[in-house]
Write a protein that binds this ligand. Structure first.
Ligand SMILES: [Mg+2]
Length: 211
């Protein structure tokens, strides 16, 4: 007997319409488009890119929080989906290579609390130091897949949401995939079933119909 569904989501470019880290780096001139583009190669570890890119990004906590409030746009249906999951007993978590410095103000803005894994960012002289306490012996891509596998071992089916190449392993394991951007293209190229992610509302309907 199945225990029902769980949901695991990427954050940048998935919960938000643009990658917040990339957007910040570009907006304040700490990275150029070419560098950002290269960071999406399957060979580049997102966590390594983030550490390197933010090391020289002299941004204050307040600048980042203001940026999140003013510039970051949220994918439709996100808040309602969280409320739906809470009301329906669907565990929902976010696994992200992004950082708490922008995730915390984001969730505060929406008035929601979500179980989540983000990098820890600290403002230091001349930049931002990032660590990933949850990635001890693994990388981000495998970590995301492991969160999906963990729910499946517990007898649940898993909906996964993502947009990047580092979401691909998790997408391969998930029972239902909503994908945007590079992940959607990758799934199509490699024959992994995925539906285009537009709004989180579609996923709530899907879970209701398939429970
Ligand atoms: Mg992403």
């Amino acid at each position: 007997m199945k225990k029902g569904w769980a949901a695991v989501s990427d954050f940048d470019g998935t919960v938000t319409l643009r990658d917040v880290g990339d957007h910040l780096l570009l907006h304040y001139g700490f990275a150029d488009k070419k560098t950002i583009e290269e960071s999406y190669s399957l060979k580049v570890k997102v966590e390594d890119f983030m550490k390197r890119a933010f090391a020289g990004a002299a941004l204050s906590e307040k600048t980042i929080a203001d940026f999140v409030r003013k510039e970051v746009r949220t994918r439709p249906g996100f808040r309602q989906f969280i409320l739906f999951c809470e009301a329906s007993g669907v565990p929902f978590e976010i696994a992200s290579g992004g950082v708490d410095l922008y995730a915390d103000p984001f969730f505060k803005k929406h008035g929601v609390k979500v179980k989540s894994f983000f990098g820890r960012a600290r403002v230091v002289k001349g930049g931002i130091r990032i660590t990933y306490p949850f990635l001890r012996r693994t990388n981000l891509s495998d970590f995301k897949a492991s969160r999906v596998a963990r729910f499946q071992r517990a007898g649940r089916r898993v909906v996964f949401f993502g947009d990047g190449p580092n979401d691909f392993k998790a997408a391969c394991l998930a029972d239902k995939v909503y994908a945007a951007g590079r992940l959607l293209r990758l799934c199509r190229e490699r024959g992994v079933p995925a539906e285009q992610l537009r709004s989180y509302a579609r996923a709530a309907d899907f879970i209701k119909k398939n429970s």
